[in-house]
Design a protein around this ligand. Structure first.
Ligand code: PLZ
Length: 464
């Protein structure tokens, strides 16, 4: 058995390594071995013996340290991280204020369970969420552990408040991997295949996807509403759950006016409208919440991923009268609002303010879109560039079909991301048809690193 971390010396060296990531991980791309390197190959062999085949990894390079926008693997290779753990380390890997806050909280107490004996850090996070989520009304929160758990709780709360059963989502949505959320996803494979029976009373309404449907916001909303009225009936509908910018679906930005029109219909019909801001929230898009770009003020907002700098924490925040409709004891969970995660979250909110990180998101959007537009002009496979802040994607189409049939080009996406990985750029894919490359970096990504990453992607397109 390999148990190297059991010896005190090894433990000491592990903790030195952790504390020195900021010092050792330079903000540059560097490839020094084949990818994956020999130590990663060894770890991959061990992993295949003990980790379920149901858990896959996009790129089997094993990470030893990370700082800012760079991941460093066990073989000493450094990758420009354009994924941030799918939008989690938004303020940067091992950001010093988060490291300090979490470390200091670990030395105070690590767990009590807020529903047994509470603590201030949970309250502070709820105050910060009330302050920074959209809407000027009294808001309350519940803290939980993961995005899917936030979706589950949002639906629970909406059902309790309305006394209604049905849940509606949009085409191309992604909401999680639990039993209820599997039924809320657009794509069955790989998320739900073979895992049924799925939860009932979940309805998939048409969305707004301007590049493909060509509809303005009013017409797209009318189509969504007509579906809800016909297929579900407003009087049975508890909630409509919507990602303001769809994440796994491919960063679809809805047409102007679409989201406020849906909110207006929901309000008029007693339906709770829930923003799934799990991927798009917490300073990801140059605003605290992506809903703000569309003038949408949701009833409930779901936050997860970026809120605690990489520690597991999630929240449902919204109108106090909806949040308070649950009976005492109806909401909770052992680890929900863990004090270490809460301390980290408070540091994240402070870093967003103190380091003007909303402006960093806007900077990244400007630099990325300018570079991607140049790429688009030099090739005929980039159909659309879309997104806000550090949440930008390109949809790849068959050569020359960008203005006509817009046929998906998943093969190009797969080749470009594989080429990029070999050259030290970690690039996530997405899209219902697998034909979207997404840029979801941390806000620590400099303009120089963006230029470097784009030059690799340029080479990758030429190598197709
Ligand atoms: N809602 C909008 O993006 C998580 C999925 C990773 P959890 N997206 C990344 C994977 O393959 O499991 C996500 C999201 C939106 C909900 C979720 C679910 O969040 O924290 O993964 O449960």
């Amino acid at each position: 058995m390999t148990d190297t971390l059991a010896t005190p010396a090894a433990q000491a060296s592990a903790s030195t390594a952790a504390s020195s990531a900021a010092a050792t991980v330079t903000q540059e791309r560097r490839i020094v071995t084949a990818i994956p390197g020999p130590k990663s190959v060894e770890l991959q062999k061990r992993r295949l013996e003990t980790v379920s085949d149901g858990v896959s990894s996009m790129l089997p390079v094993y990470i030893e340290q990370a700082h800012g926008a760079i991941l460093r693997d066990v073989d000493g290779n450094q990758f420009i991280d354009l994924g941030a753990g799918i939008g989690v380390t938004t303020i940067g890997h091992t950001e010093s204020s988060v490291v300090d806050a979490a470390t200091s909280q670990v030395g105070q107490f690590i767990h009590t369970l807020f529903t047994i004996t509470p603590y201030e850090e949970y309250i502070r996070v709820a105050e910060l969420l009330a302050e920074h989520t959209p809407g000027d009304f009294k808001k309350k929160s519940v803290l939980i552990n993961s995005g899917a758990e936030a979706v589950e709780n949002g639906v629970k709360i909406a059902r309790k408040y309305t006394g209604r059963r049905a849940v509606a989502v949009l085409d191309h949505a992604y909401h999680g991997r639990t039993n209820l959320t599997m039924a809320m996803n657009y794509k069955a494979a790989p998320y739900a295949t073979g895992y049924g029976p799925l939860a009932g009373d979940v309805y998939h309404a048409p969305s707004s996807y301007p590049y493909h449907d060509g509809l303005n916001g009013a017409d797209a909303a009318a189509r969504t509403i007509a579906y809800l009225e016909k297929v579900v009936g407003a009087s049975d509908l508890a909630c409509l759950v919507v990602e303001p910018i769809q994440g796994e679906g491919g960063f679809m930005v809805p047409a102007d006016g679409y989201l406020p029109a849906l909110q207006e219909w929901c309000t008029a019909n007693g339906v709770v409208m829930i923003a799934d801001e799990i991927q798009s929230g917490m300073a990801r898009t140059g605003a605290y919440y992506a809903s703000e770009h569309f003038g949408w003020v949701p009833d409930l907002v779901l936050t997860a991923k970026g809120i605690a700098g990489g520690l597991p924490l999630a929240a449902v925040t919204g109108r106090a009268e909806i949040m308070d409709s649950s009976q005492p004891g109806g909401l909770g969970g052992t680890f929900g609002g863990n004090p270490v995660a809460c301390a980290a979250a408070i540091a994240v909110f402070e870093a967003i303010e103190n380091n003007d990180l909303l402006a960093e998101g806007q900077r990244i959007e400007k630099t990325l879109k300018a570079g991607l537009t140049e790429l688009q002009n030099s090739t005929d496979i980039i159909g659309e560039i879309r997104g806000h802040g550090a949440m930008v994607a390109i949809e790849l189409v068959q050569p020359g079909t960008g203005n006509t049939t817009k046929e998906p080009n998943a093969a190009a996406v797969a080749s470009i991301s594989a080429y990029a990985a070999q050259h030290g750029v970690l690039l996530l894919t997405a899209g219902t048809y697998g034909n979207v490359l997404r840029f979801l970096p941390s806000l620590a990504l400099t303009d120089d690193l963006i230029a470097d990453a784009l030059s690799v992607i340029d080479d990758a397109i030429r190598a197709l």
